[in-house]
Design a protein around this ligand. Structure first.
Ligand code: ADP
Length: 912
């Protein structure tokens, strides 16, 4: 067959759906090409046709010239799968991705005479694929980067899609229900559920500190935070969360709380003991500082516990002489381990000058050393006044004397009482010391723990607004350790956006008992460094009732915060991208539940996410394609492979449009499917284009048939007229012409059949017939035609089937012709039939060139030809027609083949 001259081939090349260019194998000059090729090349036809191929494609020459030369030399085709190359298209450089083949076209002697280039552009598809996978990878990488536990749950929190426990919690890498029982401490389940409900309702961040079950089953604490991933309609698609291990912090907080409670309790015991008496009671340490003062003394001083405790005598308003006196006495008690008794007089704030009787006793530690001095003071003014009155009035002396005696007795009793009280006080004081030591120990532990955790700490007095902080807190706010820092100064370092919020929260916590757990950014005063801090505060009324202590910790969570932020951004980015790509993208759980539709999907369906999900995108598929899709998806799921199918989806107006639907599974390391990513591209225009081409081919074939029929008639008449004339040349020419016309008619019939089939014009008229008969007919027809091959028919018994006799015959003939076409002369071809599961299976085996595994799944596609067989003519429609005919008989057709060994084509039909 002559390539240049064959007009039909020209038409085929022109209307092929892929780019084709045919070169002369000696000169590499382009002889024929189609529009599709020009479209991909992005160059005018004049620039290529008739030119040495590498002239217009100079930019690709270095990469592919050698390959092309080798195709001519070796006769082996060269395949480039999704090759990326730079091409100058319409005058500008473009990076494109193409799949192409340099196929040798050989003459009868096997010499390569032409070179066919077939190209298909995949730039867009490859770009889309890369964009999606990159975003996915980025997302994954980010998730792995943070040290916190990472999880993602379904919109309703029922399914935990993924949980990376980081050794803290039990992992799961596939969606599970029942994660609550697995990970949440039963005691906190209600709390967690309520918080989840609220977060879902408000579509706001979920944030909670709660108890968990750790990997080893022991209870721990976590601070868990999850963000809702919203779709365009603002509906939750899933939640993305992090959970940090705060067990240690919680344990410390609990220990601190316990110690505080104990200390408070101790104090209340004291209070109960000492507040009943009008006597003044107090304890000094050896540095003359008050370590305990009872309420009677506090009210006498008009001071609070906080302002009095830890202070010396002078600070508590004692005059110098008075202070010195008691300091001497303290020294004396310390030195002698003996109590000291004395009397003193000084002015009282409201009662005027008063006289006091006091006794100071040593408090001994376990080693018998004095560690503190406890004192009791009694107001004896009245008694003294009486004594004075006695001295003044001798008449009253007796009476007074008597009274005195009585008073003396009283005093003796009261002295005894005082001593007893003092002893009690001494023992209480010992308890106090112990409690304090205990507190100190715990506080040291706490301090160490806080230091280890790098927390900053603070204390705020609600009355005085005194603000005591440690150096770490100052450091976090960018202050030097020795610089003073007030509440207002600290707040000033918070960035403007958050300042008002934090300040309100703080005031509300101190004065209205509001909760205080805030996260905010701070710009350091000196270092100007931006840090994200989390502060947690706790308000406690002071037992004196005079003020409340607001204490707390601040921690630097910059890293976690930024990491969480990044995940959120990346997620957004991903979603944004998903909306940007022209294809419709969806995500689904392995269970099939769809978790994401991009904007293109929602727009196409004219629904919001929930509606589309609940309505089910299966409902949008054309009913004809659903069963096959479901079946194939199940198959793809078991194999963990992507499924590619062409199918119709209904748009917002109820019109079906053709789409290329690719469902790709995302696998985890164990090879299990974690989700499906669906990409659905509208190919309606392509389909229409294809349709137009088919129509065109149909029309052309139809038009060609008429002249061909008359040509055939003329030839026959000429042959008859020639009769027994002697001109052998004319006789042979006529014979050859008739043969060529027959061949051409067969080809054209092929195209006509395709076109009829597609427009539904091929009618299948079924009737019962016997396969054995069919075999006999086929034998008669093919044996004389294909004398170069041995064709064996083996069908032992008669088998009746119900079908279209002619069409099945056509299938059989087609398979036999292919077997002849694709195997060397002299080899054997076996046509067989056997029964299997109420089916008859017919097979045609050859010992020919075989089919490459890559080609196997395509040989039944329309216009598909294995490209290495440039020298065998054909259009790739025979098997397509066979497959369609068998399909319409509810049968199956398939092929098994080994390269260079041979192929066996099978088809099965239900028995009559
Ligand atoms: P055509 O033979 O006209 O190219 P078909 O539709 O009959 O078209 O076959 C499609 C392709 O399948 C062929 O191009 C060839 O690559 C391959 N093929 C078909 N039958 C055989 C066979 N018996 N041995 C090897 N390859 C075959």
């Amino acid at each position: 067959m002559n390539l240049q001259d064959n007009e039909l081939l020209h038409t085929i090349v022109q209307s092929a759906p892929i780019g084709i260019c045919i070169l002369d194998a000696f000169t590499f000059k382009a002889e024929m090409l189609n529009d599709k090729f020009l479209e991909i090349a992005g160059k005018p036809k004049e620039a290529i046709i008739g030119k040495w191929y590498w002239e217009p494609f100079a930019e690709a020459r270095t990469y592919y010239e050698a390959a092309m030369v080798s195709v001519v030399q070796t006769g082996e085709a060269y395949y480039a799968e999704e090759a990326e190359l730079m091409l100058i298209r319409h005058g500008s450089e473009e990076i494109i991705v193409v799949t192409f083949v340099y196929a040798p076209v050989k003459d009868e002697t096997g010499k390569v005479t032409k070179l066919a280039i077939w190209v298909l552009e995949n730039t867009r598809q490859v770009k889309e694929r890369k964009a999606i996978s990159a975003s996915e990878q980025r997302l994954r990488a980010l998730v792995t980067a943070t040290s916190d536990v990472i999880y993602s749950v379904s919109a309703d929190w029922e399914i935990m899609n993924e949980l990376d426990g980081r050794g803290f919690l039990k992992d799961t890498d596939k969606p599970i229900t029942g994660w609550r029982e697995r990970n949440v401490h039963p005691g906190d389940l209600d709390k967690v559920n309520t918080a989840i409900e609220e977060a879902i309702k408000a579509k706001k961040i979920f944030q909670l500190e709660h108890r968990v079950l750790r990997t080893d089953g022991s209870p721990g604490w976590t601070f868990s935070r999850a963000v809702p991933v919203l779709d365009n309609e603002g509906n939750i698609v899933e939640w993305f969360g992090t959970a940090s291990d705060i067990t240690q912090r919680k344990q410390i907080e609990e220990a601190l709380q316990k110690v505080r409670q104990q200390a408070d309790q101790q104090k209340r015991v004291y209070e109960a003991i000492t507040s009943g008496t009008p006597d003044l009671m107090y304890v000094w340490d050896l540095d003359y500082r008050f370590t305990y003062v009872n309420s009677a003394l506090l009210s006498m001083w008009g001071k609070t516990w906080e302002t009095a405790i830890g202070k010396g005598l002078r600070e508590n308003g004692y005059e110098e002489w008075h202070a010195q006196m008691h300091e001497r006495e303290i020294d004396q008690v310390r030195a002698t381990k003996q109590s000291v008794r004395g009397e003193v007089s000084f002015p009282h704030a409201t009662l005027g000058k008063r006289i006091y009787d006091y006794i100071l006793i040593p408090v001994l530690n376990e080693a018998g050393e004095v560690e503190a001095v406890a004192g009791t003071t009694r107001d004896v003014t009245e008694r003294k006044q009486m004594e004075q009155a006695l001295a003044q009035s001798s008449e009253e002396l007796q009476a007074i004397n008597e009274e005195m005696a009585a008073t003396n007795e009283e005093q003796a009793a009261s002295n005894e009482e005082l001593t007893a009280t003092n002893q009690e006080l001494a023992s209480v004081n010992q308890q106090l010391q112990e409690a304090r030591r205990h507190i100190e120990e715990s506080e040291t532990a706490l301090r160490l723990a806080i230091e280890a955790a790098n927390f900053g700490t603070w204390f705020i007095n609600s009355e005085t607004r005194e603000f005591i902080t440690d150096t770490r807190l100052k450091e976090l706010f960018g202050y030097y350790p020795d610089e003073p820092l007030s509440i207002e100064q600290a707040i000033a370092q918070i960035t403007e956006e958050y300042r008002g919020f934090v300040s309100d929260k703080l005031e509300n916590a101190i004065y209205n008992h509001g909760d205080y757990d805030v996260t905010y950014p701070v710009k350091g005063l000196h270092d100007q460094q931006l840090r994200w801090l989390r502060a947690i505060g706790n308000l406690k009324a002071d037992p004196s009732g005079a003020f409340s202590a607001f204490t707390g910790v601040v921690m630097d969570i910059t890293q976690q915060y930024l990491a969480a932020q990044k995940i959120e951004d990346s997620e957004k980015h991903f979603r944004y991208l998903a909306d940007l790509v022209p294809a419709k993208i969806s995500n689904a759980l392995p269970s099939g539940e769809v978790t994401f539709f991009n904007k293109q999907w929602l727009d196409y369906a004219g629904m919001n996410f929930e509606d589309l999900r609940d309505f089910g995108y299966h409902a949008m598929m054309h009913p004809d394609e659903v069963p096959e899709f479901v079946e194939k998806l199940r198959e793809a799921a078991t194999k963990g492979m992507a499924l590619e199918s062409e199918m119709r989806f209904k748009d917002i107006n109820g019109n079906y449009r053709w789409h290329l639907n690719i469902a790709s599974p995302v696998l985890n390391e164990e090879g299990e499917i974690t989700m499906w990513v669906g990409s659905t591209t509208d190919i309606q225009r392509m389909k229409e284009e294809e349709q137009r081409k088919s129509d065109f081919i149909g029309m052309v074939s139809h038009e060609l048939k008429t002249p061909l029929t008359s040509l055939n008639a003329y030839l026959q008449v000429m042959q008859a007229k020639l009769g027994k004339a002697d001109d052998q040349f004319i006789e042979r020419s006529l014979e050859q012409s008739a043969k060529q016309v027959k061949k051409m008619t067969a080809m054209i019939n092929g195209f006509l059949n395709v076109s009829r089939l597609e427009s539904g014009q091929i009618a299948i008229s079924k009737a019962p017939f016997d396969i054995q008969e069919l075999f006999a007919e086929a034998r008669e027809e093919v044996n004389p035609m294909h004398t170069a091959h041995t064709i064996t028919f083996a069908c032992k018994s008669s088998v009746s089937i119900f079908g279209d006799h002619d069409k099945i015959g056509q299938v059989l003939n087609n398979l036999i012709s292919n077997a002849v076409k694709y195997s060397r002369p002299g080899t054997e071809i076996v046509v067989n039939c056997r029964l299997e599961n109420k089916q008859v299976v017919i097979s045609v085996s050859d010992m020919g060139i075989g089919i490459k595994p890559d080609d196997l799944k395509h040989v039944f596609d329309r216009y598909y030809r294995a490209e290495s067989l440039g020298h065998v003519s054909g259009f790739g429609i025979g098997l397509y027609l066979c497959a369609e005919i068998i399909r319409r008989h509810d049968g199956k057709i398939w092929v098994e083949s080994q390269i260079e060994k041979g192929s066996t084509f099978y088809f099965s039909l239900p028995l009559n």
